[in-house]
Each structure stands twice: as structure tokens, then as C-alpha cells.
Design a protein around this ligand. Structure first.
Ligand code: DQA
Length: 145
């Protein structure tokens, strides 16, 4: 079983980016925790980050060929803008969880709309790094069923 974790724009800056909102951990530190959680369950995790919409679309399209069973995605700012990434997820029909470190619903009005939530198996937001770990646990359960 393979779980693909996709991290959108500016998440490469975690650790220094608005730590009061996103926490003090860097993306590699978060990835290490999530990949370890998946590994204990016998699942191979692959984590990618991109600031480019077309690269994320390409990654999702190639996930089918790579046999990805489940996707965990933090689309970051593309959550609120990207029909292209939404369409890619709909096209490949790989089940996915949408995650956010912060709770977008408690922030600016433009963050309240997501192009992903209605297609997602579920949405986890507002728990910092634990959003990633909760999503890993949910993916493990989903794949076990
Ligand atoms: C985010 C929330 C988004 O609104 C924002 O654009 C991000 C990060 C989060 O993880 O809290 O870049 O997805």
C-alpha cells in the first residue's frame, strides 16, 4: 500500500513562516513523523511539496501509474483557488483527505471556501502537525477496510 502526501505552496517555508499560525516544525520534520506513522502500519509513504500548480496536477495524474492507494493533501493556498487540482483528483478517483495545519474557517473570509472538501473522504484542520498524523491514522483505517 502506498500513501502519497502532497504539500502545496509555501509549505516549504514551515518553521519560519508565521509560526504563530503554522507552528515551529519544518516540513521535513513533519514528513518524518508522518512517514514513520505510516511505516509502522506497513504502508509506504511518499511526501512531495511544490509551489507550482501544474506540478501538483502532474503528480496527481502520475499517481495512478505509480499505484498510489490514497492521497493526503494540504493544498495550502490552492485550496481556495485551484479548479485544476480539484479536477485532477476527480479524474484519478484516488480517495483523499484534505488537511490544514490551521483552521481556515477561523481566519479570513477568503479561506472559508475549499475546492476540495466536497470530493474528500474527510477534512482535518486546525491541529497543527497533528492534522497530518490524524490523517495518516485515518488513511491507515481506510486502507484496512
Ligand atoms: C493552510 C491554510 C491555507 O489557507 C493557507 O493558504 C496555507 C496553509 C494550512 O495548512 O493551514 O498555505 O493550508
Amino acid at each position: 500500500m502506498t500513501v502519497l502526501i502532497i504539500n502545496g505552496p509555501n509549505l516549504n517555508m514551515l518553521g519560519t513562516r508565521e509560526p504563530e499560525i503554522y507552528g515551529a516544525l519544518t516540513l521535513p520534520q513533519i514528513e518524518e513523523k508522518v512517514l514513520a506513522r505510516l511505516k509502522v502500519a506497513g504502508i509506504e509513504g511518499v511526501s512531495v511539496q511544490s509551489n507550482a500548480e501544474h506540478e501538483i496536477v502532474d503528480t496527481i495524474q502520475s499517481a495512478v501509474l505509480k499505484g498510489v492507494d490514497f492521497i493526503i493533501i494540504n493544498p495550502a493556498a490552492f485550496t481556495h483557488t485551484s479548479v485544476a487540482i480539484r479536477d485532477a483528483l476527480a479524474a484519478v478517483a484516488i480517495p483523499f483527505i484534505e488537511i490544514h495545519l490551521s483552521n481556515p474557517h477561523s481566519r479570513e473570509a477568503f479561506r472559508k471556501h475549499s475546492y476540495f472538501s466536497d470530493l474528500a473522504v474527510g477534512v482535518i484542520a486546525g491541529f497543527g502537525v497533528d492534522s497530518y498524523l490524524m490523517a495518516a491514522d485515518a488513511a491507515i483505517k481506510h486502507l484496512a477496510n
